[in-house]
Design a protein around this ligand. Sequence first.
Ligand SMILES: CC(C)(COP(=O)(O)OP(=O)(O)OC[C@H]1O[C@@H](n2cnc3c(N)ncnc32)[C@H](O)[C@@H]1OP(=O)(O)O)[C@@H](O)C(=O)NCCC(=O)NCCS
Length: 255
Amino acid sequence: MSEAEAGGVKLSALDTERFGVPSARVDDVSAETLPAVLAFCRAHGVTFLIARCPTSDLKAAQAMEQAGFLLMDTLIYYARDLHRSPIPPDSGQVPVRPLLPGDEEQVRQVAREAFSGYSGHYHADERLDRAQCDAVYTSWAERSAVSREVAGEVLIADLDGQVAGFATLRMNSPDEGEGVLFGVAPFAQGRGIYRSFMVRGMEWSLGQGARRMVVSTQITNLAVQKVWTRVGFEPSGSYYTFHKWFDAPGAAVHG
Ligand SMILES: CC(C)(COP(=O)(O)OP(=O)(O)OC[C@H]1O[C@@H](n2cnc3c(N)ncnc32)[C@H](O)[C@@H]1OP(=O)(O)O)[C@@H](O)C(=O)NCCC(=O)NCCS
């Protein structure tokens, strides 16, 4: 069976390398595709599977529960029509500029501090090594800083010559920009840097020709959702993230 036929599940080289167990990922699981996803994982010796389904698809969520999956987080997406109302002015006090060569190490450092112990699906899984969970975000930030294939643009909050925050942006399609990974160093939080990033992200997306911009986070991350609603974003969808360990006690009995 090819990977495409198996309900969209794919082996994940990044997770396999990071956590030291054969890993796979799948988006948009349904009750109908779940058996093929499980069969693929067993056929490929997968130990750790990350699986998402829309929160509206309770049949899929319950089928995963019955198959021994554990809920790890709930992702919420917001979207903004960039033409419907003017982008609000950037009222922030801290200057925001594009990433410059030489900023990479400071971006890594900000990511390390901002995302230490973050409440994402990796940190929610007791079986995963804490330091490796933190490293998910630092290495993602680092890859974004060095590769235009990972992020189309990286913005930096520059506080007296020190990198105080970063925001990675990309175009998902000619019509849609996305704010991907944003972090503000603890020493600089609460000064409106995140709001500035959102305003500048909308301006960048508009400048690339986008009609809308999307963002997502864990539903528990209230700080960013407060900012999103203030600058004109609206909820647009949500997903559950489950993990399945194929070597867990009783895993062979479950689906
Ligand atoms: C979330 C984060 C980006 C906010 O950055 P920031 O520059 O401090 O945000 P702002 O100054 O624009 O403030 C935004 C709002 O969130 C609140 N806020 C900021 N940090 C907060 C925190 N740690 N906990 C709760 N609320 C917080 C602010 O008080 C403000 O609300 P208010 O106007 O009602 O006071 C920053 O705390 C961070 O990097 N957190 C860890 C990583 C993260 O969550 N990244 C975003 C993933 S999508």
